[in-house]
Design a protein around this ligand. Structure first.
Ligand code: GDP
Length: 456
């Protein structure tokens, strides 16, 4: 196959440092020839360039007469390799000395160190995958939770980019009819059915709008769903965070207002990442440092997807009393943007559990100190995640994609505006090309050097 860059690159593929084994990757047209100069297979007479791809061979890496390591060499023939080129993976023992020594030898024999992202860049240039899939590889490696993994995996498998390619092809078909009209401008003919085109632009806009909307959800799922723990000083916020984290990271104290800074910690509940934000207690204060803390609380509050609002248990706690406390803290429990869960803490101090509430506000009775109700809190958090239903929908998590979607959306709106207002076809066609360009840039059907430089 035709590969664009043919020089041979090498790099450590496993994490830096020592481990049981390490893998060194080599890719390019001299990958086999270079390996042959330092690798001595156990089966005598075997030439690395001869065996079939996807086979592994045991042998020694030697520098002149000195044995550096016993290794396993895996061979991948172009185009059936990650990069699409001839590639070799050397699995050696994971000592830092051995790794360095083998890389040094490969460089000496004519390979060069790969730039960061270069293996993936070659894979893209050789048509092994599109840009969204290349980006998904990075996301997959970085994924820390089941949800982030699911999103990256789906992107890697191309479901999402295929949809974008389909939308673009539909638009492209009409665009070519419009361009054809421009070629016959003098004859005043119309090849493209205007009303069908408007319908198409509308339906593509709708899909793009959905994807744009998914971005917020997507990033929240990828980076961790922000949960703010809010309540008056001493109500038990730090104790609750500790109970959730099951380790002593937040400051627990009897002096009101000691949790002055915002403490943030991430926990993985049933495969989903949550970012817990413990905030300084909300109350009036003249203390400057505490005031800063209170201001931050409000900022954190706005960014949180879920608010855990703590109040202290008391006999005959009424719904009205809870509502009063919520409004005092400026929390809107009816908001569509945020889910509010009211946690009635210190229930262990109540003689009888006589808290009767209706279901207007979600409440959970807990004791942070005695770890009562923690599982109910976790279940309620998971209910929130289920609503996203990430299995079935396409989710955008990449800011490059969202920028391109926003630009395509704007161009599509211009097209609609143009048709509504009788703007000449040659001007509308500029917006059509614009929309095609931005959609194409997502998957890499259209690329620039600058774009590639930013990704790889
Ligand atoms: P914060 O100011 O809201 O962060 O409150 P802290 O977490 O520092 O807790 C204040 C005090 O309440 C500490 O003495 C905790 O031990 C106590 N506390 C927290 N949760 C409970 C609980 O469920 N029951 C009882 N009896 N005390 C609690």
């Amino acid at each position: 196959m035709n590969t664009i860059k043919q020089d041979t690159i090498c790099a450590l593929a496993t994490a830096p440092g020592s481990g049981a084994i390490a893998v060194i990757r080599l890719s390019g047209s001299d990958a086999f020839a270079i390996t042959e100069t330092i690798f001595f297979p156990a089966s005598k007479g075997l030439k690395i360039a001869q065996p079939e791809g996807h086979t592994a061979h045991f042998g020694l890496i030697k520098q002149r007469e000195e044995v550096i390591d016993e290794v396993l060499v895996t061979i991948f023939r172009n185009p059936k390799s990650y990069t699409g080129e001839d590639s070799v993976e050397i699995s050696c023992h994971g000592s830092i000395y051995i790794q360095q020594k083998i890389i040094e030898l490969l460089l000496e024999k004519g390979a060069r160190m790969a730039e960061p992202g270069e293996f993936s860049q070659r894979a893209f240039l050789n048509g092994k995958f599109d840009l969204t899939q290349a980006e998904a590889v990075a996301d997959l490696i970085a994924s820390e939770s089941k949800t982030a993994h699911q999103i990256a995996m789906r992107q890697l498998r191309g479901t999402y980019s295929n949809r974008i390619k389909d939308l673009r092809t539909e638009l492209l078909n009409f665009a070519s009819l419009i361009e054809l009209e421009l070629d016959f401008a003098e004859e005043d003919v119309e090849f493209a059915d205007r009303s069908k085109f408007v319908d198409l632009v509308n339906s593509i806009s709708k899909e793009i709008e959905k994807l744009i909307h998914s971005f917020k959800v997507g990033n929240v799922l990828k980076d961790g769903i922000p949960v703010a723990i809010v309540g008056k000083p001493n109500v038990g916020k730090s104790t609750l965070l500790n109970a959730l984290l099951q380790e002593e990271k937040a400051i627990v104290s009897d002096i009101p207002g000691t949790t002055r800074d915002v403490i943030e910690d991430r926990i993985n509940i049933q495969g989903t990442l949550f970012r817990f934000i413990d905030t300084a207690g909300i109350r009036q204060s003249d203390d400057t440092i505490e005031k800063i803390g209170i201001e931050r609380t409000y900022t954190q509050l706005e960014q949180a997807s879920i608010i855990l609002f703590l109040i202290e248990a008391e006999a005959n706690l009424s719904l009205q009393k809870i509502k009063n406390q919520l409004s005092e803290a400026k929390i809107n429990f009816e908001s569509d943007e945020q889910k509010v869960i009211v946690l009635i803490n210190k229930i262990d101090q109540l003689k009888a559990d006589n808290i009767a509430l209706n279901k207007q506000i979600e409440t959970i009775s807990i004791s942070a100190k005695n770890k009562i109700g923690i599982q109910e809190i976790e279940a309620s958090l998971m209910n929130y995640v289920q609503e996203f239903n990430i299995q079935s929908s396409s989710i955008v998590t990449n800011s490059r994609h969202i920028e391109a979607f926003n630009k395509s959306f704007a161009a599509l709106q211009q097209i609609l505006f143009g048709f509504e207002n009788g703007i000449p076809t040659d001007l509308i066609s500029i917006d059509v090309r614009d929309a095609l360009y931005h959609l194409g840039s997502i998957t890499g059907e259209i690329t620039t050097d600058e774009l590639l430089g930013n990704i790889f």
